[in-house]
Design a protein around this ligand. Structure first.
Ligand SMILES: O=C(O)[C@@H](O)C(=O)CO
Ligand code: MG
Length: 258
């Protein structure tokens, strides 16, 4: 049975950020993820995780100036010092929360620009090395251009090639089924092929990015496939509820912790 992590950036928005941990546990989740924890002291997050017996599945390294529209800095020339201090900060939060996976966002940059490509590889190699000292995996995630126009890592095959070429033991793919379906389709075959390099899976309906309970993907089949493949990581519920988070959790009934 897949182990689901509630994405607290998108779900449980009826509660304040810290209270979302309590709400997710109450709803039967055993793990959580979110984009960024950096507005809240790590000790406060750790306290909620322990109190609710929740595992911290994943969060993202600092992405640059998100509010101004940046979506990561790893492929942006001239930002390496900032990247290094972001790694320090993320590791501090990972130590407090027990996170064993961090996602590094590439940024908005021309995918065919060789300078961006070399910058991205350098950032990944540096970050993976720092994370390896703490036995933490580094994830890279291809993101579809409809949701994030101009995102550097815009192709699953490119991510696969990069992981193979860099050959860093803790560098893995963040396989977001929602992005995969929009970018390339062929989700089940891609899961079979890429599972050996996949460190985290995320889900949402396509095209609406709502609950995984309809529209163009058959999630019952995909959940069984994920089990058949022997995937033992988390499946992040990275979706915007159609209405209230709790009203939208019927799909989760067979999986919830009682
Ligand atoms: O799919 C996404 O959008 C996220 O997983 C993310 O990390 C960046 O927004
Ligand atoms: Mg995602």
């Amino acid at each position: 049975m897949p182990v689901f992590a509630a994405n607290l950036t998108m779900m449980f928005n009826e509660w304040t950020f810290l209270d979302r941990f309590d709400a997710a546990a109450e709803a039967g989740f055993t793990a959580v993820e979110y984009l960024f924890p950096y507005e809240v002291p790590p000790e406060a997050i750790a306290e909620r995780l322990i109190r609710n017996r929740l595992e911290q599945a994943l969060f993202n390294l600092p992405p640059g100036d998100w509010v101004a529209g940046e979506r990561g800095i790893a492929a942006l020339p001239g930002r390496f010092d900032e990247l290094k201090s972001g790694v320090d900060k993320a590791l501090y939060y990972a130590a407090a929360t027990g996170a064993k996976r961090l996602h590094l966002m590439a940024g908005l940059s021309d995918p065919s620009d060789p300078e961006a490509a070399s910058c991205y590889r350098r950032s990944i190699a540096y970050t993976a090395g720092r994370l390896a000292e703490k036995s933490i995996d580094l994830l890279i995630e291809p993101i579809n251009g409809r949701n994030m126009p101009g995102y550097f890592l815009d192709d699953f095959a490119k991510a696969e090639r990069l992981i193979a070429e860099l050959a860093l033991p803790n560098l893995k793919l963040q396989f977001d089924v929602y992005h995969r379906q929009i970018m390339h389709g062929d989700v089940a075959m891609a899961l079979r092929h890429l599972l050996p390099v996949t460190g985290h899976i995320q889900i949402a309906s396509v095209p609406s990015r709502h609950e995984p309970d309809g529209e163009e993907l058959n999630y019952s089949y995909l959940f069984e496939e994920i089990d058949r493949l022997g995937y033992d990581g988390h499946v992040g519920c990275e979706y915007f509820p159609r209405g209230s988070t709790l009203d939208g959790l019927a799909w989760f009934n067979p999986f919830r912790r009682s």
